[in-house]
Design a protein around this ligand. Sequence first.
Ligand code: PEP
Ligand code: MG
Length: 756
Amino acid sequence: MSAASAARLILKRLHEVMASRAHAQAKLDAVVEIIADSLSSEVCSIYLLREGALELYATRGLNPEAVHVTRLALGEGLTGTIAKNIATLNLAEAAAHPDFQYRPETGEEKFHSFAGVPIVYREKAVGVLCVQHAEPRRYEEVEIEALQTTAMILSELIAHKELVDDTEALAFDKAPTEAEVMEGLTLVKGLAKGRAVFHQPRVEIDQVVAEDIEVERQRVYRAFDKMRDQIDAMGREPEFGKGGEHVEVLETYKMFAYDEGWSRRINEAIDSGLTAEAAIERVQQRTRMRMREIDDPLLADRMHDLEDLANRLLRIVSGQMSTAATQGLRRDTILFARNLGPAELLEYDRRRLKGVVLEEGSLTAHVVIVARAMGVPVVGRLPGILARVSEGDEILVDADRGFVTLRPSQTHHDAFESRFVRNREKQAAYAKLRDVEPFTRDGTRITVMMNAGLRDDMSMLQVTGADGVGLFRTEFQFLVSATLPQRERQMRLYRDVLDAADGKKVIFRTVDIGGDKAVPYLNSDIGERDENPAMGWRALRLALERDGLLKVQARALLEAAAGRDLSVMFPMVSEPWEFDAARAIFEEQAAMLKTRGKLAPESIEYGCMLEVPALAETLDLLLPRVSFISVGTNDLTQFLFAADRANPKLAARYDWLSPAILRFLARVSGALVGSNVRLGVCGEMGGRRLEALALLGLGYRRLSITPTSVGQIKELIRKIDLDEITAQMQAWLFSPPPDMRAALEQWAAARDIDID
Ligand code: PEP
Ligand code: MG
């Protein structure tokens, strides 16, 4: 008999028992009879985890007096070992196993062979199902398989109170309650508390036993087809075409998605009478069990991918496709995800989203930039955290130190609250600087602007007292739209932004899509061509070729700024002619507006980002053409170090305070001395205190930073003597200390400058 038919037989008879009107214990007694019969076993017993111990709930073959009397701790005896390790045992001679423990009240001494499988509910052992035999023999693989399938069904039946009345005392649904502190990588600083919400909610399996096997089989076939289509489409998305880890993940996805073995096992599980959902989960459970026995980090990574894929398949088959954003947040939320795209994050309600915890993530990934702009703390690089947290768990995020506390105790709360209060005091102190102009101690006015990307961000101009917007990322509107924003819509946004700025300068950067800023409606254009989108057809390169896009944006900007000053900045300029070409498009549009008699901007100035190292080599050619240059340290760093900014494996590898970057930046600022081109920095680097200190020492006098950093950077500026830090940086660049970060920290500490 095959495993499937053995299980199907058991299932069929279980069905009859479930349909009967017998009370719970009688049903459970009937269940052990059925299993023992079907597997020709002399004993069949069910142990359930109750109040921390495995209690014998039903048996055929052992002494009935032992029911509800025999109790074993987790890890105690064979049964306790199975539950503790969530692993199957199959023994010809039970007594020979080192964990065997004799329990006289059960009368089990006459039985030699033993096989037991864990009863698992939501990845935790909640009981054990075992069979015993007088003759010493190992159970066959088909019997073990049938036992495992039966155990899964039992777990669902018990959880739904169909076999045990009082499930309250059992371990079902009892997610871990104990506190756990995990340390990850700070991606956006800050403190937050709230309840855990999964970006992709877990699929709840309502029905385990199939009514019509053929229907279930078709459902799984269709889901596989859809999943394979999705995976193939992913390969065309820029996010996945970028080399490194993403490609590895995609390759693994593909391998599993097309793996005959996986789909066959799911089919077999359906044969045994399970619904499509239960069959996917059953196979996943078995894989998890196998993997637990293998201690190999590489395989564990693969397992992670398979889990992802199995979840995807479950979501497709059950139709539960929505994310938590579509369902709406109902309370203060800490969002959990393996990773997120910037557009996905922007879908969340800003008022409720308090923090984000990612299994992956890196410092300059756009999702992190968006979170920073939203003022949402993020901790990343926490592999495995999704399995340790349950939806609704209370969470404390201390992103200042990279800690995430799951289900905090009172002590955790107290410690958190005192940090929270201290943080608030600091914020209040920064807020007082709102109207204070940031002069250094020796009297130089530093320009502190903020970065923005959405209409909502503009209120931060008032809140922070920033000097203006030094980088308005116009692509954010493209990222949050389902379709390409038309000119009128673009124009309205730009006009509102200028209105909100109320005369302060706003530098609009033309669209920078591509790289990790994937736009679904342009994907077919962007994704298919690029092996490595960060260095690919993105930003100005794309905009110059699809000049319709840039023309429309130029018109929208020019119209929005009618009668006012307009500042335009081009991203990813690698050679001066690209700047000329982009500017020409704007001038052509401006001329056209004029011929149509429309009101033009009062003034237009053009500048460009310096984020491609090559541009630094032609500064002498560029300077006569531009009004300002803004160094984009996020991209600059990735290109200088050849290190993908979105790759979590490289997230902590290269430091902005490394001599290579600092010398590069010093060279650029040196090249601008004496010119009247304004020079600034608009990458994330400028919003961090130590980095800002270094930049000031390198001659940078204009910073455009994330709004939440404005207060602290103003405070820093007021404590600095520019001559002193300039001399120090010159000395360090000439002969770098072994640890530039530590040296700067000491320098700041000696002057009582807060760098935390
Ligand atoms: C940069 O690259 O530093 C930058 C500011 O632009 P973005 O992060 O949007 O690429
Ligand atoms: Mg950039």
